[in-house]
Write a protein that binds this ligand. Structure first.
Ligand code: FES
Ligand SMILES: [Fe+2]
Length: 412
């Protein structure tokens, strides 16, 4: 780690936003890729995008492009989109189908297992077996495609995520289908995108639609996680939350919270709570936009936020799930993708897309605007770290988690 980076980390002040360079510097971004982003299990998409052999999609992150491709009914593989000849990218389209991966430059041809099958006019001593595509760690878990860019052995997947399996199963994630996808590319550093998502201090001034469908007390107390609000607000909300948890558990919902500390590998978070009274789902009028999902036999009026890491989030109502992907691209650019999933058995006629997307399309469009404005202000010579409120507890947690990757404990 460079001395400049060490000094930056050492100067970070607990309870305050970070120094400018953390949000603006390409050198810091490079360090983020090496120490944080490149070592995490990240959700790249839902497996229903690639139902047939040879179906693929590209997942772009930092300077990397990962080809996620179906090798067979039972196997999904991930490869770096880098030809082993002279390095050209192989797949250009965001998604498609390819029986073989053929480099467009000199036509080296790779199988769906990544092996080099054909390379024209190569010297006799050239060994095709040593020139397969570079593989990327991949795991499909309840329909979610996780990748890990690490060149080393990554964190054990099951030890990291196994405990949320029953929750994903209850929500029917493995058999869900994609009803809609939205892209909200944001001209801001990835930490600003995450910080914005990890606090609901901004919800009242910035999100009229969101606030119209959620009780104010739940937004303040637990709007961005079990410990995101002021302690007294959390305490006064607790009895109502416990009453809802009991009723939801009686209907079969796996109950529980996760609120991992900054020393954890993925800073996972699970918050389940009731929607506003009278709101069966997060729609404008509260009525369901789609059939019940997964194993439910009756609605419980709940809302779940499950964060696999700061980069990969799920928000789930009884009737639909939104997968949020916050994908760092460069110091000043992040991709924000949303995928709306419905029960795999739901017909198109049963899903009201406009109703389902109304709330979070508006909210995420607003988040893009405020996050880009945050970035623009941070570029100023007059920016300096500012004090966090009592409703930004999850942001402080995130910041400590991030900084831990550069502290002595993270030294390797
Ligand atoms: S760079 Fe791919 S075949 Fe030459
Ligand atoms: Fe927001």
């Amino acid at each position: 780690m460079s001395e400049a980076m060490q000094a930056l980390v050492a100067n970070a002040r607990l309870g305050y936003s970070l120094e400018q360079q953390f949000y603006t510097s390409e050198a810091v971004f490079k360090a983020d890729m090496e120490r944080v982003i490149g070592r995490k299990w990240l959700v790249a998409g839902h497996v229903s995008r690639i139902p047939n052999k040879g179906d693929y999609f590209l997942f772009r992150i930092g300077a990397e492009q990962i080809i996620v491709i179906r090798e067979s009914e039972a196997s999904v593989r991930a490869f770096f989109n880098v030809c082993r000849h002279r390095g050209s990218t192989i797949c250009a389209a965001d998604s498609g189908n390819a029986p073989r991966l053929v480099c467009p430059y000199h036509a080296w041809t790779f199988g769906l297992d990544g092996r080099l099958l054909a390379a024209r006019l190569m010297p006799e001593d050239f060994d095709k077996a040593e020139n397969g595509l570079f593989t990327c760690h991949i795991r499909v878990f309840h329909g979610l495609v996780f990748i890990n860019l690490s060149a080393d052995e990554p964190d054990d997947f099951d030890a990291t995520f196994g405990d949320v399996g029953p929750i994903l199963e209850y929500h029917g994630l493995a058999d869900a289908r994609i009803a809609h996808a939205g892209s909200y590319p944001t001209d801001a550093n990835w930490k600003l995108v995450v910080e914005n998502f990890f606090e609901c201090y901004h919800c009242v001034p910035s999100h009229p639609e969101f606030c119209s469908i959620h009780a104010a007390e739940s937004i303040v107390a637990v709007g961005a996680g079990p410990s995101s609000g002021p302690a007294d607000a959390i305490a006064s909300f607790a009895p109502k939350l416990q009453a809802w948890e009991a009723s939801a558990a009686a209907l079969g919902r796996p109950i529980g919270t996760i609120d991992e500390p900054p020393t954890s590998s993925h800073l996972r978070l699970l918050m389940q709570r009731m929607n506003k009274p009278g709101w069966a789902s997060e729609t404008q009028d509260g009525t369901p936009p789609a059939p019940l999902m997964g194993q439910r036999t009756a609605p419980d009026g709940g809302r779940m936020h499950l964060s696999f890491s700061p980069f990969s989030q799920i928000v789930a109502d009884d009737h639909f799930v939104i997968l949020f992907q916050f994908t760092p691209r460069s110091a000043l650019r992040s991709d924000v993708e949303m995928i709306w999933l419905v029960d795999g058995r739901a017909s198109e006629a049963e899903v009201d897309l406009a109703k389902m997307t109304w709330g979070y399309h508006a909210t995420t469009t607003q988040d893009k605007v405020i996050t880009e404005a945050n970035q623009a202000g941070i570029m100023s010579s007059r920016y300096q770290p500012g004090r966090y409120s009592d409703q930004e507890g999850s942001v402080i947690n995130f910041q400590q988690w991030y900084l831990n990757h550069f502290g002595p404990a993270a030294e390797k």
